[in-house]
Design a protein around this ligand. Sequence first.
Ligand SMILES: Nc1ncnc2c1ncn2[C@@H]1O[C@H](COP(=O)(O)OP(=O)(O)OP(=O)(O)O)[C@@H](O)[C@H]1O
Ligand SMILES: [Mg+2]
Length: 150
Amino acid sequence: MNRFLADEAATIALAGEIFAALPDDRAGWTVLLTGELGAGKSTFARALIKAAGHQGAVPSPTYTLVEPYKLPAGNIYHIDLYRVSDPEELRFLGWSELDDGFRLVEWPDRAPDLVNEADLAVELEYAGNSRTASIKGLSTRGSVLIQKIN
Ligand SMILES: Nc1ncnc2c1ncn2[C@@H]1O[C@H](COP(=O)(O)OP(=O)(O)OP(=O)(O)O)[C@@H](O)[C@H]1O
Ligand SMILES: [Mg+2]
């Protein structure tokens, strides 16, 4: 599924649409956010976390690797692997303990095996001053979700 995202508001709206299409129980879901520096990965993540009911700041997880959000709508883990150089480092992150929530992962290419357990890939690309998004289902349930948001 491809979308033209004219401006930041369009990126925010897409994140809201995807959140709305997810089931109520989002624990164990993993969404990979890819794209160059400044493509809009954090914009998308911040919008989704706010759509889930979080009020207030959404700090960058670049240095902490993971920022947890314990929300009435369920746990969300915002993860940024930019600084991870060896997939082994994920063990220190406690990846396997983050399965009681919804995982949003920036720079997932730092841990190639992640693709095997992810549900959706959202790839953001520059298109002049705008962006395009390509959304792919990586699991059966992820592919079903994409059918709903065409
Ligand atoms: N569809 C869009 N069109 C134009 N600008 C956009 C769009 N979506 C987001 N932006 C802007 O692009 C910038 C994206 O920054 P953001 O931090 O989200 O990128 P990022 O992919 O997380 O970068 P990094 O890899 O450095 O973490 C922001 O200034 C945001 O306002
Ligand atoms: Mg970012």
